[in-house]
Design a protein around this ligand. Structure first.
Ligand code: IPM
Ligand code: MN
Length: 372
């Protein structure tokens, strides 16, 4: 008998619960096929609970989550709750409290999926963003003075620690190395290959303006990379130029590493070039021994589609696949990805909500059926 994994399920708001159900449907099929089992527990953190009780993610809730092997999250964000309360009180709180210092966001164009980038296909749009997830401008460091007056002052500071930056960089270097252990990244030149390089890691920053923050990132990048990752080619791009290259030459990227806010921004652009929020998944990962990681579709709660059965569950299903990979069930994770590719390639008309040609549940059935 295989392992049993304890999974905390936070359906959350809007369409979150609907897509989480489909992800669980697929995960259960994967468990049966690959010989492990999932022991699931539901948690009701989200807008409804907040409006009823005033609670976001409680301290005891954090302890409960900590007792699981992984967390599957639907979406957080409710139209009747002031912006920021749930995002900071649940999503960011979980990321920080569980020290999920990596936000891993693959940008892969799957077969049959339409990209707005003319002339580019799955072999061009295939990279991963490693976003630092616990520091930067997200720490809430700063303050306000004379709020609401003409003399108002607002300061919000980016916090970058050598430890926090270095652990993120090391994850990114390891990830680049691991992903290309068997098949080297194809953008390498002959010279790179002769030097024994098999992958590329691009640091995305703003070293020409944010000289303190990205000065630290840049120094750590070359120190760590030079000392321990000679097989990973080091590249750098400013964040503004990165947005340009995502559109013009996405094939230049292999693995990207960047800070919290830049990672937030460029991964929305990344989601668009891979076909939209319907397919974009991410993992909030604590890679340390015993770390509890949280996997989510990155698209949000889509309130206007709630309860209609039209939202695309593939991003949540892919998030479930990422969760299995993180738990060490790589074969099952690969099989889910293959099934998703078959569904996008052979079945769906579009990835857009209401335009798939199938309902939310039917898309889940298609993936589950193929996987079985
Ligand atoms: C994301 C989201 C969050 C973020 C918000 C909801 C706080 O945009 O996961 O990318 O900025 O990290
Ligand atoms: Mn975002």
């Amino acid at each position: 008998m295989g392992k049993t994994y304890k999974i905390a399920v936070v359906g959350g708001d809007g369409t979150g619960p609907e897509v989480a159900v489909e992800a669980l449907k697929v995960l259960d099929v994967a468990a049966g096929k690959f010989g492990f089992s999932l022991d699931k527990a539901d948690f009701d953190f989200g807008g409804e609970r907040y409006m009823r009780t005033g609670e976001t993610l409680t301290e005891s809730g954090i302890e409960d989550l900590r007792a699981h092997d992984a967390i599957l999250l639907g979406a957080i964000g409710h139209p009747d709750v002031q912006p920021g309360i749930l995002e900071k009180g649940i999503l960011l709180k979980a990321r920080f409290a569980l020290d999920q210092y990596i936000n891993l966001r693959p940008v892969k164009l799957y077969p049959g999926v339409e990209t707005p980038i003319k002339g580019k296909g799955p072999e061009d749009i295939c990279f991963t963003v490693v976003r630092e997830n616990t520091e930067g401008i997200y720490t809430g460091t700063g303050g306000q003075m004379k709020r609401g007056t003409p003399d108002e002052v607002a300061i919000q500071t980016s916090v970058n620690t050598r430890k926090g930056v270095e652990r993120c960089l090391r994850f990114a270097f390891d990830y680049a190395r691991r992903e290309h252990a068997k098949s080297p990244w194809k953008g390498l030149t002959d010279k790179d290959r002769e030097a024994g390089q098999t992958s590329q890691l691009t640091l995305v920053g703003k070293t020409n303006v944010l000289t303190y923050a990205f000065g630290l990132w840049d120094r750590a990048f070359h120190e760590v990379g030079g000392a321990d990752y000679a097989d990973v080619k080091r590249d750098y791009a400013h964040v503004d130029a990165t947005c340009m290259w995502f559109v013009k030459n996405p094939e230049w990227f292999d693995v990207i590493v960047t800070d919290n806010i830049f990672g937030d921004i460029i991964t929305d652009l990344g989601a668009m070039i891979q076909g939209g929020m319907g397919i974009a998944a991410g993992g909030n990962i604590n890679p340390d021994p015993g770390g509890v990681s949280m996997f989510e579709p990155i698209g949000g709660s889509a309130p206007k589609y709630t309860g209609q059965g039209v939202i695309n569950p593939l991003a949540a299903i892919c998030a479930g696949g990422m969760m299995l990979e993180n738990l060490g069930e790589r074969e099952a994770a690969d099989a889910i990805e293959d099934a998703v590719k078959w569904v996008t390639g052979e079945k769906l008309k579009s990835l857009g909500a209401g335009r798939m040609g199938f309902s939310t549940a039917e898309v889940g059935d298609l993936v589950a059926g193929r996987l079985a």
